[in-house]
Design a protein around this ligand. Sequence first.
Ligand code: ZN
Length: 206
Amino acid sequence: MEFSSKLLEKAVDEMAQLPGIGKRTALRLVLHLLKQPVEQTQFLTQALMKMREEIKFCKSCHNISDVDLCEICSNNQRNHSLICVVEDVRDVMAIENTCQFKGVYHVLGGKISPIDGVGPSQLNINTLVEKVKNNDVEELIFALSSTMEGDTTNFYIYKQIKDYSVKTSTIARGISVGDELEYADEVTLGRSILHRIPFENSLKNN
Ligand SMILES: [Zn+2]
Protein backbone atom coordinates (compact mmCIF):
# COMPACT_ATOMS: atom_id res chain seq x y z
CA MET A 1 0.00 0.00 0.00
CA GLU A 2 1.45 3.36 -1.08
CA PHE A 3 0.69 6.31 1.18
CA SER A 4 0.85 9.96 0.27
CA SER A 5 1.36 10.81 3.94
CA LYS A 6 3.67 9.29 6.56
CA LEU A 7 1.20 10.38 9.26
CA LEU A 8 -1.61 8.49 7.57
CA GLU A 9 0.61 5.46 7.09
CA LYS A 10 1.60 5.43 10.76
CA ALA A 11 -2.02 5.66 11.93
CA VAL A 12 -3.05 2.85 9.57
CA ASP A 13 -0.13 0.67 10.73
CA GLU A 14 -1.12 1.09 14.37
CA MET A 15 -4.80 0.40 13.70
CA ALA A 16 -3.86 -2.71 11.69
CA GLN A 17 -2.14 -4.18 14.79
CA LEU A 18 -5.60 -4.90 16.22
CA PRO A 19 -6.93 -8.44 15.78
CA GLY A 20 -9.24 -8.90 12.81
CA ILE A 21 -8.28 -5.53 11.30
CA GLY A 22 -6.40 -5.78 8.02
CA LYS A 23 -4.68 -2.84 6.33
CA ARG A 24 -7.68 -2.07 4.15
CA THR A 25 -10.09 -1.93 7.09
CA ALA A 26 -7.55 0.11 9.04
CA LEU A 27 -7.36 2.61 6.19
CA ARG A 28 -11.16 2.83 6.02
CA LEU A 29 -11.41 3.49 9.78
CA VAL A 30 -8.65 6.09 9.77
CA LEU A 31 -10.14 7.92 6.77
CA HIS A 32 -13.52 7.83 8.52
CA LEU A 33 -12.03 9.49 11.61
CA LEU A 34 -10.39 12.08 9.38
CA LYS A 35 -13.78 13.07 7.96
CA GLN A 36 -15.40 13.39 11.40
CA PRO A 37 -14.97 16.37 13.75
CA VAL A 38 -11.65 16.20 15.62
CA GLU A 39 -13.58 15.68 18.91
CA GLN A 40 -14.55 12.18 17.86
CA THR A 41 -10.91 11.12 17.65
CA GLN A 42 -10.26 12.85 20.98
CA PHE A 43 -13.12 11.00 22.70
CA LEU A 44 -11.92 7.71 21.27
CA THR A 45 -8.30 8.12 22.31
CA GLN A 46 -9.28 9.48 25.74
CA ALA A 47 -11.65 6.56 26.38
CA LEU A 48 -8.98 4.05 25.37
CA MET A 49 -6.25 5.72 27.45
CA LYS A 50 -8.48 6.08 30.50
CA MET A 51 -9.51 2.44 30.27
CA ARG A 52 -5.92 1.31 29.80
CA GLU A 53 -4.58 3.32 32.73
CA GLU A 54 -7.37 3.00 35.27
CA ILE A 55 -8.93 -0.40 34.76
CA LYS A 56 -8.52 -2.93 37.56
CA PHE A 57 -8.89 -6.63 38.01
CA CYS A 58 -11.15 -7.79 40.83
CA LYS A 59 -8.94 -8.98 43.67
CA SER A 60 -11.23 -11.94 44.30
CA CYS A 61 -12.33 -13.27 40.89
CA HIS A 62 -9.93 -11.42 38.52
CA ASN A 63 -12.82 -10.07 36.46
CA ILE A 64 -12.27 -6.64 34.91
CA SER A 65 -13.62 -3.97 37.21
CA ASP A 66 -13.44 -0.26 38.05
CA VAL A 67 -13.05 -1.00 41.75
CA ASP A 68 -11.06 -3.48 43.88
CA LEU A 69 -13.96 -5.88 44.28
CA CYS A 70 -16.14 -6.29 41.19
CA GLU A 71 -19.93 -5.79 41.22
CA ILE A 72 -20.58 -9.52 41.16
CA CYS A 73 -18.24 -10.32 44.07
CA SER A 74 -19.55 -7.47 46.17
CA ASN A 75 -23.20 -8.46 45.60
CA ASN A 76 -24.46 -10.29 48.69
CA GLN A 77 -27.50 -11.59 46.81
CA ARG A 78 -25.19 -13.95 44.94
CA ASN A 79 -24.14 -17.37 46.16
CA HIS A 80 -20.46 -16.99 46.97
CA SER A 81 -19.92 -20.69 47.60
CA LEU A 82 -20.83 -21.55 44.00
CA ILE A 83 -17.96 -20.63 41.68
CA CYS A 84 -18.03 -20.82 37.92
CA VAL A 85 -14.50 -21.18 36.53
CA VAL A 86 -14.05 -19.44 33.18
CA GLU A 87 -11.24 -18.62 30.83
CA ASP A 88 -11.72 -14.90 30.37
CA VAL A 89 -13.86 -11.87 30.92
CA ARG A 90 -15.88 -12.48 27.76
CA ASP A 91 -17.15 -15.73 29.28
CA VAL A 92 -18.38 -13.87 32.37
CA MET A 93 -20.29 -11.50 30.10
CA ALA A 94 -21.76 -14.39 28.09
CA ILE A 95 -22.93 -16.27 31.20
CA GLU A 96 -24.27 -13.10 32.85
CA ASN A 97 -26.35 -12.50 29.73
CA THR A 98 -28.15 -15.81 30.29
CA CYS A 99 -29.44 -14.56 33.71
CA GLN A 100 -29.35 -18.22 34.82
CA PHE A 101 -26.38 -18.15 37.15
CA LYS A 102 -26.53 -16.70 40.64
CA GLY A 103 -23.12 -17.76 41.89
CA VAL A 104 -19.81 -15.98 41.39
CA TYR A 105 -16.93 -16.45 38.95
CA HIS A 106 -13.25 -17.13 38.89
CA VAL A 107 -11.47 -15.85 35.78
CA LEU A 108 -8.36 -17.89 34.98
CA GLY A 109 -7.03 -15.50 32.35
CA GLY A 110 -6.48 -18.24 29.77
CA LYS A 111 -5.99 -21.98 29.66
CA ILE A 112 -3.00 -24.24 29.97
CA SER A 113 -1.38 -24.51 26.55
CA PRO A 114 2.20 -25.79 26.38
CA ILE A 115 2.35 -24.98 22.63
CA ASP A 116 1.67 -21.31 23.38
CA GLY A 117 3.99 -21.41 26.38
CA VAL A 118 1.16 -20.98 28.89
CA GLY A 119 1.70 -22.99 32.08
CA PRO A 120 -0.44 -23.17 35.24
CA SER A 121 1.68 -20.54 37.00
CA GLN A 122 0.70 -17.90 34.44
CA LEU A 123 -2.98 -18.40 35.19
CA ASN A 124 -5.07 -17.44 38.22
CA ILE A 125 -5.16 -21.01 39.51
CA ASN A 126 -3.45 -20.59 42.90
CA THR A 127 -6.01 -18.09 44.14
CA LEU A 128 -8.79 -20.52 43.19
CA VAL A 129 -7.14 -23.43 45.00
CA GLU A 130 -6.71 -21.16 48.03
CA LYS A 131 -10.45 -20.41 48.07
CA VAL A 132 -11.18 -24.14 48.07
CA LYS A 133 -8.60 -24.82 50.81
CA ASN A 134 -10.16 -22.11 52.95
CA ASN A 135 -13.40 -24.07 52.86
CA ASP A 136 -15.28 -21.21 51.27
CA VAL A 137 -16.49 -23.20 48.29
CA GLU A 138 -19.30 -25.71 47.96
CA GLU A 139 -19.14 -26.29 44.23
CA LEU A 140 -16.84 -25.44 41.32
CA ILE A 141 -18.40 -25.40 37.87
CA PHE A 142 -15.88 -25.75 35.07
CA ALA A 143 -17.03 -23.71 32.10
CA LEU A 144 -13.97 -23.66 29.88
CA SER A 145 -14.22 -24.34 26.16
CA SER A 146 -14.20 -28.06 25.45
CA THR A 147 -10.90 -28.09 23.63
CA MET A 148 -7.86 -30.12 24.60
CA GLU A 149 -6.43 -27.07 26.41
CA GLY A 150 -9.73 -26.52 28.24
CA ASP A 151 -9.85 -30.18 29.32
CA THR A 152 -6.20 -30.12 30.42
CA THR A 153 -6.88 -27.03 32.52
CA ASN A 154 -10.00 -28.53 34.13
CA PHE A 155 -8.12 -31.69 34.99
CA TYR A 156 -5.14 -29.80 36.39
CA ILE A 157 -7.40 -27.83 38.73
CA TYR A 158 -9.41 -30.93 39.62
CA LYS A 159 -6.23 -32.73 40.71
CA GLN A 160 -5.33 -29.80 43.00
CA ILE A 161 -8.66 -29.73 44.79
CA LYS A 162 -10.07 -33.26 44.66
CA ASP A 163 -9.00 -34.09 48.22
CA TYR A 164 -10.99 -31.19 49.63
CA SER A 165 -14.69 -31.34 50.31
CA VAL A 166 -15.84 -29.49 47.22
CA LYS A 167 -18.23 -30.60 44.51
CA THR A 168 -16.96 -30.26 40.95
CA SER A 169 -19.14 -30.14 37.88
CA THR A 170 -18.80 -29.22 34.25
CA ILE A 171 -21.38 -27.43 32.14
CA ALA A 172 -23.47 -29.72 29.95
CA ARG A 173 -22.67 -29.21 26.33
CA GLY A 174 -25.35 -28.45 23.81
CA ILE A 175 -22.51 -26.99 21.82
CA SER A 176 -20.04 -28.95 19.77
CA VAL A 177 -16.48 -29.61 20.85
CA GLY A 178 -14.20 -26.66 20.28
CA ASP A 179 -16.98 -24.07 20.31
CA GLU A 180 -15.96 -21.06 22.27
CA LEU A 181 -18.25 -20.24 25.15
CA GLU A 182 -18.85 -16.66 24.09
CA TYR A 183 -20.41 -17.74 20.80
CA ALA A 184 -22.95 -20.13 22.30
CA ASP A 185 -26.46 -18.71 22.23
CA GLU A 186 -27.89 -17.55 25.54
CA VAL A 187 -30.60 -20.21 25.85
CA THR A 188 -28.17 -23.08 25.19
CA LEU A 189 -25.56 -21.63 27.51
CA GLY A 190 -28.14 -20.97 30.25
CA ARG A 191 -29.41 -24.55 30.02
CA SER A 192 -25.92 -26.00 30.01
CA ILE A 193 -25.25 -24.33 33.36
CA LEU A 194 -28.53 -25.48 34.91
CA HIS A 195 -28.02 -29.05 33.64
CA ARG A 196 -24.40 -29.33 34.58
CA ILE A 197 -22.93 -32.78 35.21
CA PRO A 198 -20.51 -33.99 37.89
CA PHE A 199 -16.95 -33.51 36.66
CA GLU A 200 -16.04 -37.17 37.36
CA ASN A 201 -18.69 -38.26 34.84
CA SER A 202 -17.12 -36.16 32.12
CA LEU A 203 -13.82 -37.97 32.75
CA LYS A 204 -15.41 -41.41 32.24
CA ASN A 205 -16.82 -40.32 28.89
CA ASN A 206 -13.43 -39.45 27.53
ZN1 ZN B 1 -14.97 -10.24 41.36
